[in-house]
Design a protein around this ligand. Structure first.
Ligand SMILES: [Zn+2]
Length: 245
């Protein structure tokens, strides 16, 4: 067996033995048959599906993924899996980092098409994809293991629940909410003013050129995030990020 095959077998076993379902807390996940085009694991209890990507080095801004077309089709029909990212240390047979990106953070903006394969390739013209991790807010990266330290299950489950409201939103509405969540994170303070978010007016306007009223749209998103318990309203024009748990 090649090195990467044995690493794959080892990491899959590790997930089966160590990882619970972040959606419902069920203590184990079941594997799909090998090379299933759907995903790698699913939860018997709540049916949530997970795709596993593992590698030795720490994940950077981009993660290589499968067919661009399949990815976009699954996004459009809302049946894409959540993504597990595992970063291991083979020497110590240890997991350095393990986190999940819940499926509701997957919007079209974070999928990038790769260059089509050359004419000479076996699958000439095939287009793969990248997942742009740097376009996902921190709240969309929930760690089970961070720098070799295991996080509390209770905290993982709470962090998952905290953004679950995104699931009820359509792709477009979700895109706006996620962008505003990223602006709030970029402010870097637990308490902020609405003016701090208005600083991003230009950037948001550039992302959504068809929207001519960016400020009211920002206000609306903040209110929505407050209504869903992601933010707290302190006083007129002042908001607070709800503690991470
Ligand atoms: Zn579950």
């Amino acid at each position: 067996m090649s090195g990467s095959q044995s690493a794959r077998a080892w990491t899959e076993r590790w997930v089966r033995n160590s990882i619970y379902c972040p959606n419902c807390g069920c203590p184990t996940l079941s594997p799909f048959p090998n090379n299933s085009p759907v995903a790698d694991f699913f939860c018997d209890a709540c049916k949530e599906e997970y795709e596993l990507k593992s590698q030795k080095s720490i994940f950077g801004n981009k993660v290589l993924d499968g067919s661009f077309r399949t990815k976009c089709e699954r996004l459009a029909t809302d049946n894409n899996p959540s993504l597990f990212l595992l970063n291991y240390d083979l020497k110590e047979f240890g997991v350095r980092n393990f986190f999940v990106v819940p499926k509701h953070f997957f919007v079209r903006e974070i999928i990038e098409a790769r260059k089509p394969l050359a004419e000479t390739a076996r699958r000439a013209g095939w287009i793969g994809s990248h997942i742009l991790l740097n376009k996902i807010p921190q709240s969309g990266k929930i760690y089970f293991v961070r720098d070799g330290r295991v996080e509390l299950k209770d905290s993982v489950l709470k962090q998952w629940k905290r953004t679950l409201f995104l699931r009820d939103q359509g792709q477009k509405a979700r895109g706006w909410l996620i962008e505003v969540m990223k602006c709030v994170e970029a402010i870097g303070k637990p308490e902020f003013q609405i003016d701090d978010v208005y600083e991003f007016e230009k950037r948001l306007g550039h992302l959504y050129p068809e929207n001519k009223n960016v400020k009211p749209k920002i206000r609306q998103q903040l209110q929505f995030l407050r209504d869903r318990g992601y933010l707290e309203f302190v006083s007129r024009g002042y908001y607070r990020l709800r503690a991470k748990v």
